[in-house]
Design a protein around this ligand. Structure first.
Ligand SMILES: Cc1cc2nc3c(=O)[nH]c(=O)nc-3n(C[C@H](O)[C@H](O)[C@H](O)COP(=O)(O)OP(=O)(O)OC[C@H]3O[C@@H](n4cnc5c(N)ncnc54)[C@H](O)[C@@H]3O)c2cc1C
Length: 397
């Protein structure tokens, strides 16, 4: 008699979950279900671009395309409850999904650290809807006020804050021109609580990015703690700054599913995992959710998804599973047009070459999920604009 297929339920179609599903697709020993609350792979590294006039398609890869002709069941739903005894996971609408092996890659959620007013008044670029809302606000403000905001404030000088701060001045100048607004100064401020930007990267990289931002006209405020936001002001170190455009990029926290379902939580709120990225028997946790050294980066999530899938295949072949080896990813941070900083160990590349490497990394990043011809098509969506604005859209298109 034929052995029944092992039911692998993967939850979350991010960098980790999508990769795990692709690795297992077509393996006759597994029945793979990918359950997610968003039927797209969101390509977060391009979100700053979408938020500053780039095409929506550049940051979204529909799962239906990725899994066309692949043996993976796609299911839509938002998971809420894990029943360890019944080996099922249930979504908000009450549907229960059974599993033999469960892979969880749910990503992180925004954290405002309880700072008053931020949740109500600040913008974010952590989802396509948020990026679009931010972009629409920039245009609407120019329509309503016929002038730019007094200050455009970005909180958090980590990679996302820097990418956005680097792209924003150029974008604002472009849309002001399209709105017929001339000769107005633009103030883009980048606020960081730590003594320097990119606090997790070496100091020399920090210095070079700082210089580049200065060149773009971005003002950096370090040792600056945000205390609250109202409809008109942001309070930093006890002083108010007038702004109606504040973007919060400074904090995320692990997905609440893990706390709600009594997982073992370790440092940074992440889930404790063993050498196989297993947290309990047959429950694997990957990417941003797992307490691994380089958790929080797309390349780590991709590595984790591949690693768990390959181990399940090894196990199904009667082999022992391999132990996880964390790999330090290459850091590439764009700051402005045709400029990026690349850091890897002692290697540093700045400027146009860094930007060219970032472009190549994006193409390879898309190819991790799609064949070359589709990856190339996806890559090309970085060129061209998408501004859904009644004033300047006809001019842009
Ligand atoms: C704006 C931004 C820019 C970034 N830029 C870079 C960069 O340049 N380089 C880099 O290495 N990293 C970058 N990152 C980080 C990188 O995107 C993450 O490390 C990576 O996405 C983690 O992959 P993941 O699979 O763990 O989670 P995610 O990619 O976040 O995927 C989580 C998945 O779970 C789904 N999900 C969430 N909740 C539920 C639920 N309740 N039920 C079902 N499904 C659910 C989501 O829809 C999503 O499909 C950036 C992040 C952001 C926000």
């Amino acid at each position: 008699m034929q052995k029944p297929k092992e039911r692998v339920l993967i939850v979350g179609s991010g960098f980790g979950g999508t990769k795990a599903a692709l690795e297992l697709a077509g393996d006759p020993r597994f029945a793979v279900t990918l359950l997610t609350n968003d039927l797209n792979l969101r390509y977060y590294p391009a979100f700053y671009h979408t938020a500053t006039g780039g095409k929506r398609a550049n940051s979204s890869l529909p799962l239906i395309d990725i899994f066309a002709a692949k043996e993976v069941t796609l299911a839509s739903g938002s998971v809420t409850t894990l029943d360890r005894k019944a080996k099922t996971i249930t979504t908000a609408d009450g549907t229960a999904y059974p599993y033999d092996a469960l892979i969880l890659g749910l990503g992180v959620v925004t954290n405002y650290f309880g700072i008053p007013g931020l949740a109500e008044y600040s913008y974010s670029i952590k989802s396509v809807a948020e990026a679009e809302r931010f972009k629409a606000h920039l245009h609407q403000q120019l329509i309503d006020d016929r002038q730019p905001d007094l200050n455009y404030v970005i909180i958090g000088a980590g990679p996302t804050g820097i990418e956005l701060a680097g792209a924003l001045p150029l974008y604002l100048r472009r849309i002001m021109k399209l709105h017929g607004i001339k000769h107005r100064a633009i103030h883009v401020d980048l606020i960081e609580a730590a003594p320097r930007l990119l606090p997790r990267l070496p100091k020399d990289a920090s210095r070079m990015v700082r210089r580049q931002l200065k060149h773009l006209g971005v003002k950096l405020y370090t040792n600056s703690v945000v205390q609250g936001q109202s409809a008109d002001d942001l309070t930093i170190n006890g002083k108010p700054i007038r702004s109606h455009t504040v973007v919060w990029t400074a904090g995320v926290t692990n997905h609440p599913f893990f706390n709600d379902n009594h997982f073992t939580i370790m440092g940074r709120g992440k889930v404790g995992v063993d050498a196989y990225l297993q947290t309990e028997e047959n429950i694997f946790v990957i990417g941003d959710n797992a307490n691994t050294p380089y958790s929080g980066l797309a390349q780590t999530a991709l590595l984790d998804g591949t690693f768990v899938a390959k181990n399940l295949q090894r196990r199904a072949s009667g082999k022992t599973m391999k132990s996880y080896k964390a790999i330090q990813p290459i850091t590439v941070i764009p700051a402005g047009a045709h400029w990026a900083a690349v850091c890897y160990g002692g290697l540093r590349i700045y400027g146009w070459l860094g930007w060219a490497l970032r472009e190549a990394a994006d193409l390879i990043g898309f190819h991790d999920y799609e064949p070359w011809h589709k990856a190339m098509h996806q890559y090309m969506t970085a060129y061209g604009d998408q501004d859904d604005c009644r004033i300047c859209t006809p001019a842009v298109k």
